[in-house]
Design a protein around this ligand. Structure first.
Ligand code: PMP
Length: 405
C-alpha cells in the first residue's frame, strides 16, 4: 500500500495554518507537531493540570496516571520494553549528559571513551567534559569518505580499556544510518557500555532497542512529532539499576534524613523535580500516533523522496552532497553545498520560495572538518513531505543560482 500523504498532512495543524507556498524541509531540527500531541498538551494545561507523583486528590491522580501511560506508550514504540526502562528527560541533550555523568564513576586514567566523529555536539561535548574530569581518554572513531561510521576502525580501537562507546543511530548531517547491532556486538565483547543518540532515527520508525543490543538510547519528543521540552533516555534495566543519580531533588528519593538520602528505583531516580508534564503527555500521544502507522509504507515513501532529492541534486553541477549517495544507506537528511555560495545566502533565497532549510555547521563541526567545509545547507524530510516539497527545493536552487550567479 502506498502512503496516503494527504491524510498524514491533515494530522498536522501547521499545514492548514501556514499560507502557501510552504515547504517544510527542516524536520531534523524540529519536526512539526501532530494533532494528537498538540491536543494532549493543550488539554493537560487547560483542563487537567496538576503535579504528578505526589497528589492524592483525583485531578493529581489522573495526571500521574496519564504521565505513566505516556511512559507505557513510549515503551511500546521501543519494541515493547519494560516502562521502568523509560526515563523522561527534557530532550536528547539532557539524556546524553545524564549518561555521561552517571557513567563517570566507571571512567578514570587508563579507561577510554570511544566517540564517533559523526556526532552532534551533544554526544561529544558531555564526553569531553567527563573525560577531562576523570582522566579518561577520549578516542575518536573515524568516518568513511562518504560520512558513515568506519566500523573496521571502531573494531580496531575496541579493547578492554574501553568503558563507553558513543555513536549516533543516524547522522544529522549525512543521514547515514549506523549498524548499531554490529557496534553493540563488538562493544559487548569488550564489556563496554554502548550509548546511542537516536534523535534523528526515531522519527523514521519505531526502534526495537533490545534487538539493537545497545545499553542507553536517547531521543527528543520534538523531533518525533511531539512538543518541545521533553525527551527520553531508554536504558537497559540491569544497567539503570546500577547507575547513581544524576540530578538531586524531589521525586528521585526513597527516604531523606539530614545525614543522607536513599534513592528511588529507576526510572524515578533519574527524574528529579517536576517533569515537563505537558510535553511528556504530548510525547506519549505522538508515540501512540506513530505506533499505529504503516511503517513499511512510510519508509518506502521516505526512501522514494530521498532518492528523488539525491537524483535532483546530483544533476546540479555546483552541488556537492555530503554523505552516502545510496538512499538505502541513509534517512532523508541531506546536507550539501552550492559552490561558491554561502549556505546562509542559499537558505535565505530558498525562503523567498517558501522552502525552509537550514544552513550552518549543524552542531557537528568535527564532521564538517572531515568533509573540509565550514558549513552546508541541509534539507531534511519527514513522513508529511511529498514530491512538491522536493521539487520546490530543486527549483529553488535554480532560482538561487539565477540570483547569485
Ligand atoms: N543529536 C542529534 C543527532 C541531533 O540532531 C540533535 C538535534 N539537532 C540533538 C542530538 C540534540 O537534540 P535536542 O536539542 O533536542 O536536545
Amino acid at each position: 500500500m502506498s502512503l496516503d500523504v494527504a491524510a498524514i498532512r491533515r494530522d498536522f495543524p501547521i499545514f492548514a495554518a501556514q499560507p502557501p507556498p510552504f515547504h517544510y524541509l527542516d524536520s531534523a531540527a524540529t519536526a512539526q507537531i501532530c494533532r494528537p500531541a498538540a491536543e494532549a498538551l493543550l488539554r493537560f494545561e487547560t483542563e487537567a493540570r496538576a503535579n504528578v507523583k505526589r497528589g492524592v486528590y483525583r485531578l493529581a491522580d489522573a495526571a500521574t496516571r496519564a504521565f505513566e501511560e505516556a511512559r507505557a506508550r513510549v515503551a511500546r514504540l521501543l519494541g515493547g520494553v519494560d516502562p521502568r526502562e523509560v526515563v523522561f528527560t527534557s530532550g536528547t541533550t539532557l539524556g546524553l549528559n545524564l549518561a555521561a555523568h552517571t557513567l563517570a564513576p566507571r571512567l578514570g586514567p587508563g579507561r577510554r571513551v570511544l566517540v564517533s566523529v559523526l556526532e552532534h555536539h551533544s554526544n561529544l561535548v558531555p564526553w569531553q567534559l567527563v573525560c577531562a574530569r576523570t582522566g579518561a581518554e577520549l578516542v575518536p572513531i573515524p568516518a568513511t569518505g562518504d560520512g558513515r561510521l568506519d566500523q573496521a576502525a571502531l573494531e580496531a580501537r575496541l579493547d578492554r580499556r574501553t568503558a563507553v562507546v558513543a555513536v549516533t543511530h543516524a547522522s544529522n548531517v549525512t543521514g547515514a544510518v549506523t549498524d548499531v547491532a554490529r557496534v553493540a556486538a563488538a562493544t559487548r565483547a569488550v564489556g563496554a557500555v554502548l550509548v546511542v543518540d537516536g534523535a534523528q532515527r526515531i522519527p523514521h520508525g519505531p526502534v526495537d532497542v533490545r534487538a539493537l543490543g545497545c545499553d542507553l538510547y536517547a531521543f527528543s519528543g520534538h523531533k518525533m512529532f511531539g512538543a518541545t521540552g521533553a525527551g527520553v533516555l531508554w536504558g537497559r534495566g540491569e544497567l539503570l539499576a546500577e547507575l547513581p543519580p544524576f540530578l538531586g531533588g524531589g521525586e528521585m528519593i526513597a527516604r531523606v534524613t539530614f545525614a543522607a538520602s536513599r534513592f528511588a528505583d529507576p526510572p524515578h531516580r533519574f527524574e528529579a523535580g517536576t517533569p515537563p508534564i505537558g510535553p511528556v503527555l504530548a510525547l506519549g500521544a505522538a508515540a501512540a500516533w506513530m505506533t499505529a502507522l504503516d511503517w513499511e509504507a512510510v519508509q518506502a515513501h521516505e526512501r522514494a523522496l530521498t532518492r528523488r532529492l539525491l537524483d535532483g541534486l546530483a544533476a546540479l553541477p555546483e552541488v556537492r552532497v555530503l554523505g552516502p549517495a545510496d538512499p538505502e544507506a541513509r534517512i532523508g537528511v541531506v546536507a550539501f553545498t552550492l559552490e561558491p555560495h554561502h549556505p546562509h545566502d542559499v537558505c535565505q533565497l530558498l525562503d523567498v520560495r517558501g522552502v525552509c532549510t537550514r544552513g550552518g555547521h549543524h552542531c557537528a563541526q568535527p564532521l564538517m572538518a572531515h568533509f573540509g567545509v565550514e558549513a552546508s545547507v541541509r534539507a531534511s524530510l519527514a513522513l508529511y513531505n511529498d514530491e512538491t516539497d522536493v521539487d520546490a527545493l530543486l527549483e529553488g536552487l535554480a532560482f538561487v543560482r539565477s540570483q547569485l550567479g
